[in-house]
Design a protein. Structure first.
Length: 291
């Protein structure tokens, strides 16, 4: 206790007090270093934010080292600032290498800037997602899936073009860029279940899409829970968009068709068939034109 009190007394009372302030101001290099520090600490997050921070802090420490060497002539001040400058420079080079190594094909660049970057997904995380996928071309009038034949073994996201969705030859809706091609199928099956498409997906134009194999994507989800939650949100939002697109259609005629891609929905060929109150409620809320 006495030792701590003695140290406190030395710092507060016995330490020499500045009796007179220096009339002149420090040189321009010292003030430039301070400006670099202020601007550098205003940097953001992510890889590019770290590049911004370490570049400006490194310049600030370099200016401080020059100021200590030229104006103050203090070896200790120069040494500390120079060491900190070297640390910032090494961190800048390391982060710049990470950014440089994260390169993608054009489709992935468009996909990242349009869908993932607005959600705050970093480039390293997106790189992990992209490495598990492949880019596929689908020519005009070729089918991505056929009703009752194509197995549900992948998840795909349209990058360019337009896909037409039909059931028994009847039009349901379109799939546009940055929408999943098979989100209802993916959501309707458990990881251990298997199934086939109950709709036909046909390319109306030349299309490009990014595809993940089902087993490989589930393995990625098991390794990265953050990516699993991300895809859960994206798929849920995509299904909601498809439901709203179907809800805009109006029932006309004697028969009605339900979007059987969604769980518990089916095709009813005759309105005279016995229906429960729940069936009537579903019919009124999710029916569309029979042309």
């Amino acid at each position: 206790m006495d030792k701590n009190w003695s140290l406190w007394r030395t710092l507060t009372q016995d330490h020499p007090v500045c009796r007179a302030w220096r009339p002149e101001v420090e040189g321009a290099i010292y003030h430039l270093a301070s400006i670099f520090f202020v601007v550098g600490f205003m940097g953001g997050s992510g890889l590019f934010g770290l590049l911004y921070v370490f570049s400006l802090l490194g310049l600030g420490f370099l200016c401080s080292a020059i100021w200590a060497w030229v104006d103050v002539c203090a070896a200790d001040i120069f040494s500390w600032n120079f060491v900190l400058f070297v640390i910032c420079f090494m961190r800048f080079v390391h982060i710049a290498y990470q950014v440089r190594s994260v390169t993608f094909a054009r489709e992935f660049q468009v996909l990242y800037s349009s869908l993932f970057q607005p959600l705050g997904i970093s480039l390293p995380v997106f790189r992990t997602i992209a490495l598990s996928s492949e880019v596929v071309t689908l020519e005009k009038e070729h089918c991505y899936a056929m009703q009752g034949k194509t197995a549900i073994d992948k998840l795909s996201l349209l990058v360019s073009g337009r896909i037409r969705v039909t059931v028994d030859g009847e039009f349901l809706h379109y799939i546009f860029p940055f929408q999943f091609l098979d989100s209802p199928e993916w959501d309707s099956l458990r990881p251990t279940e298997e199934g086939v498409f109950q709709v036909t997906l046909t390319a109306e134009t030349d299309c490009r899409y990014v595809s993940w194999r089902r087993k490989k994507l589930y393995l990625l989800f098991a390794q990265h829970r953050y990516i699993s939650r991300l895809f859960s949100v994206l798929i849920g939002s995509d299904i909601a968009d498809k439901l709203y697109a179907l809800n805009d259609r109006v029932y006309i005629g004697k028969t009605c068709h339900y979007d059987i891609r969604l769980p518990n929905y089916y095709h009813m060929s005759s309105p005279e068939m016995p229906r429960s109150p729940l069936t009537d409620q579903i019919r009124n809320s999710r029916r569309y034109c029979h042309k």
